[in-house]
Design a protein around this ligand. Structure first.
Ligand SMILES: Nc1ncnc2c1ncn2[C@@H]1O[C@H](COP(=O)(O)OP(=O)(O)OP(=O)(O)O)[C@@H](O)[C@H]1O
Length: 260
């Protein structure tokens, strides 16, 4: 995977309306090489809509999206992928009847429009590298459908990494994971960012977010109500009020809250 420096993703003024609903309003988001940047917020806050705009799956109503110095707003998803972006989905989307290695191989083609190009040596090397990196090498020949839950989540990430992304968007990677799987996931995310990849995370598990993020953006009803270091976010009264609904509570235990 390529080492990189500086700002890899810069989103500015991002707005998306669905009829009368403004799902995302004036979002600013920046992720540098090697950073983990998280977006949190209650259900319906606009997190997935923001990801869908950045990846080219839906068109923004307004705003700029710059990936590794290149304007990608308006590009089709495979072109955004070719510019260096990969993502995982909130609900696991694997090719259940293909092997683990074959699933990772598919990630090599995310940046191509179809499956028309021949397989190259570099594709197979990348698959092996991603399987080793994510700890799935021992399961390479197993069917994806037969994997344990934590390994399925891990495979989604391995497949995304196969495209050598400079920016990786993870949509709720810890959803449904047990504490052991969450710890392993946190280590994996830290290892990915250590390579120089910018990781942008949507996650409901606040304790996980606070422990691995360099910066956190908090959305509510599409608007950014706070942005800053994890320690700043944890003390922000608007965030506490939005999540816990107890603005007068002097010391709510935000770490213990898993948002739903
Ligand atoms: N295709 C769509 N058509 C109409 N409204 C939509 C569409 N997609 C999202 N919305 C609305 O936009 C708002 C933001 O939804 P979004 O799914 O982005 O929130 P979220 O923060 O990702 O929520 P969750 O945590 O449940 O995934 C919601 O009010 C939702 O109903």
């Amino acid at each position: 995977m390529p080492a990189a420096e500086g700002s890899l993703l810069e989103v500015g003024g991002l707005t998306r309306r669905f009829g009368g609903v403004t799902a995302v309003e004036d979002l600013r988001l920046r992720a540098d090489a090697g950073q983990v940047v998280s977006v949190i917020g209650p259900n319906g806050a606009g997190k997935t809509t923001a990801f869908n705009c950045v990846t080219g799956m839906i068109a923004p109503s307004a705003g700029t999206i710059v990936l590794a110095g290149r304007n990608v707003r308006g590009l089709a998803p495979h072109r955004v992928a070719a510019a260096g972006l990969a993502r995982t989905f909130q609900s696991i989307r694997l090719f259940e009847e293909m092997t683990v290695a074959e699933n990772v191989l598919m990630g090599r083609f995310a940046r191509d429009r179809g499956l028309l190009r021949p397989l190259a040596r570099a594709d197979l090397d990348a698959v092996r590298r991603c399987l080793d990196f994510t700890g799935l090498a021992g399961a390479a020949d197993r069917l994806a459908g037969g994997l344990a839950y934590g390994d399925r989540r891990r495979l989604e990430i391995a497949r995304a990494l196969a495209g050598d992304p400079r920016v990786l968007l993870l949509d709720e990677p810890a959803a449904g994971a047990n504490p052991t799987e969450k710890r392993a996931l946190m280590e994996l995310i830290a290892a990915i960012s250590a390579l120089g990849t910018a990781v942008v995370l949507i996650e409901h598990d606040v304790a996980l977010v606070m422990s691995i993020s360099d910066r956190v953006t908090v959305l509510e009803h599409g608007r950014t109500i706070a942005e800053g270091l994890p320690a700043e976010i944890q003390e922000d009264q608007r965030v506490i009020a939005a999540y816990l609904g107890v603005p007068d509570d002097p010391e709510p235990d935000l770490d213990a809250v898993v948002l739903r």
